[in-house]
Write a protein that binds this ligand. Structure first.
Ligand code: MG
Ligand code: FE
Length: 175
């Protein structure tokens, strides 16, 4: 609040971006679930996706708690807003597809998107003097970074396994 009792622009952007981050996590949840459901022959990838799905559910809860503490109305965040949907939908389509390689590419791109969002959110929270928001977003950022690094390190291996199986001419092998 400024001297006139109005929200500052900093506070307004911080609120908007927290809502956006929450919508992003709800979308991440849907995409990870869809991807996990289709993977059959890649147990390591499947396990890492399950782990990150669990982290993602907690991330959404953490953001809800932050918004409640800041007095931000969370009634509207229950359904996913339109802002992120175009980007998420294109990646979501890739993740939900049969090809595990396309899913891996889309997952990596989405994690990088999350990383960029949290970096901006952390800078905004620092600017708005909200140390708890900074702390929680740094925590989340570490999980996104770890997931992005893991996907980065495993995409070549996933691709080789996929291509080896593709020779089997068995459609199930692609999943
Ligand atoms: Mg996330
Ligand atoms: Fe993530």
């Amino acid at each position: 609040m400024n001297e006139q009792g109005e929200r500052t622009m900093e506070a307004k952007y911080l609120e908007d971006w927290l809502r956006d981050a929450h919508a992003m996590e709800k979308q991440a949840e849907e995409m990870l679930k869809a991807q996990a459901k289709r993977i059959e022959h890649y147990p390591t990838l499947r396990a890492r996706i399950d782990q990150h799905l669990h982290e993602t559910e907690h991330q959404a809860e953490k953001l809800e708690r932050l918004m409640n503490e800041l007095g931000i109305d969370t009634s509207a965040v229950k359904d996913i807003g339109g802002k992120l949907t175009a980007f998420g939908q294109s990646l979501g389509g890739m993740m939900a597809g049969d090809e595990v390689v396309k899913g891996g590419i889309a997952s990596y791109a989405f994690e990088c998107f999350e990383i960029a969002n949290y970096k901006a959110l952390i800078a905004a929270a620092e600017q708005a003097n909200q140390p708890e928001v900074v702390r929680v977003c740094r925590e989340i950022l570490q999980e996104e970074q770890a997931m992005a690094d893991w996907l980065d390190q495993h995409l070549d291996d996933t691709t080789r396994t996929f291509l080896a199986r593709a020779d089997d001419n068995d459609v199930q092998a692609k999943k």
